[in-house]
Design a protein around this ligand. Structure first.
Ligand SMILES: Nc1nc2c(ncn2[C@@H]2O[C@H](COP(=O)(O)OP(=O)(O)OP(=O)(O)O)[C@@H](O)[C@H]2O)c(=O)[nH]1
Ligand SMILES: [Mg+2]
Ligand SMILES: [Zn+2]
Length: 341
């Protein structure tokens, strides 16, 4: 995991090197003629520095060390693991398996870590569940940034508004507006309360038959959702600050759980902020499902959608076919991208 700031070009180079590394590892896996009997595929359920827990086809949890130079490994990755020969010095609680390769992934959710470094959050994701709450209050720009990440993974997106029993006159307008906006552009929004068991059936059905990851601010109730679905699991939940409603960053590593109806859910640590890793302006456009349908329709092919005549997007806003807040968030994300490049 690089701790220094990387340019876009470096990031792309690293991504391509990592791809080659995966290929090499798979090649190695073929040529090294590993002991077939002791080698198996498993899925990473949590990852702690130089060790991880993986789960095999029989749903046994296996503690593993990680062979060096495998590149990023994330919760949700499929890995090839091999049994280690026990020696007289082996400790009873020591890992008896080693990860020897990371299988090719369908996608990898990254976030911007400290000082601009990228950090893997989870791999092989079918659905991004963007969890918001009445308290701490939802931030539409954060939701839009998560939605661009979902569109570009690509993965389905689902928006949850939790703690709905706390709605009062002050918050109702914001929450109703948000719910109507995202439903209008085609996203599913489920309002829930883990305190009062509201929306659990809808949520449970929306989480079936795919791997979902719960993302959002600290304290919105991501772990509480997993706990409500799996009451017997030992999942840490902490009180939010009375003053600000902010969470205390209780969950520190992503972890994967099995739900009914073939649902798999990954609980992830809450964020203060999330910046998707966009590699081009086109990716940002692709991230806005309502905006992208007007792309290519502007008079000038290099339209900045700001002052040019014949801008199809601005026209769509004027005609009420495109939500102004979404359009402004789109322009804001483009500006932030240009500043970074
Ligand atoms: N009032 C109310 N509180 C809730 C609800 N769901 C969760 N909470 C509370 O919100 C607080 C934070 O819940 P967590 O589940 O730890 O939040 P989180 O999103 O996992 O937080 P991080 O792990 O820090 O990212 C806890 O005190 C929960 O009891 C709800 O529906 N209503
Ligand atoms: Mg949590
Ligand atoms: Zn335009």
């Amino acid at each position: 995991m690089a701790k220094r700031r990387l340019s876009k070009q470096q990031q792309r180079r690293i991504a391509s090197l990592q791809k080659n590394k995966i290929k090499e590892n798979l090649q190695q896996e073929r040529t090294e003629s590993l002991d077939e009997a002791s080698t198996q595929t498993a899925r990473v359920i949590s990852h702690h520095g130089r060790e991880l827990f993986a789960e095999n086809d029989a749903l046994e949890t296996i503690k593993c060390k990680i062979r060096q130079n495998l590149g990023d490994i994330a919760c949700g990755d499929y890995v090839l693991i091999q049994q280690i020969q026990e020696t007289a010095q082996s400790q009873p609680d020591e890992a008896h398996y080693v990860v020897v390769a990371v299988k090719e992934r369908s996608n990898l959710l990254l976030k911007t870590g400290f000082a601009g470094a990228t950090k893997p959050v989870a791999a092989n994701i079918g659905q991004l569940v963007i969890v918001t709450a009445v308290k701490p209050a939802p931030n539409p720009y954060l939701v839009d940034r998560y939605l661009t990440a979902a569109e570009n993974l690509p993965a389905k997106a689902l928006i949850v508004v939790n703690k709905i029993e706390l709605l009062d006159d002050d918050t109702r307008q914001l929450v109703d507006g948000l719910t109507a906006l995202y439903r209008n552009i085609g996203y599913r929004v489920i309002c829930t309360s883990m305190k009062q068991n509201i929306g659990l059936e809808d949520l449970s059905q929306a989480l079936s038959n795919t791997t979902s990851i719960l993302v959002g601010l600290s304290g919105v109730g991501k772990s509480s959702i997993v706990k409500a679905m799996l009451p017997r699991e030992d999942i840490k939940i902490a009180k939010t600050s009375e003053a600000t409603g902010e969470g205390k960053h209780t969950t520190t590593v992503s972890a994967l759980y099995h739900l009914k109806d073939n649902g798999i859910i990954i609980d992830s640590p809450g964020v203060r902020d999330f910046t998707p890793i966009n590699n081009s302006r086109d990716e940002i456009t692709n991230g806005f499902i309502d905006v992208r349908q007007f792309s290519g329709a502007c008079k000038f092919s290099n339209c900045s959608h700001k002052n040019e005549p014949g801008c199809a997007m601005k026209q769509a806003v004027a005609d009420g076919h495109l939500n102004e807040q979404r359009f402004n968030n789109y322009l804001r994300m483009l500006d932030e991208f240009d500043e970074k490049e």
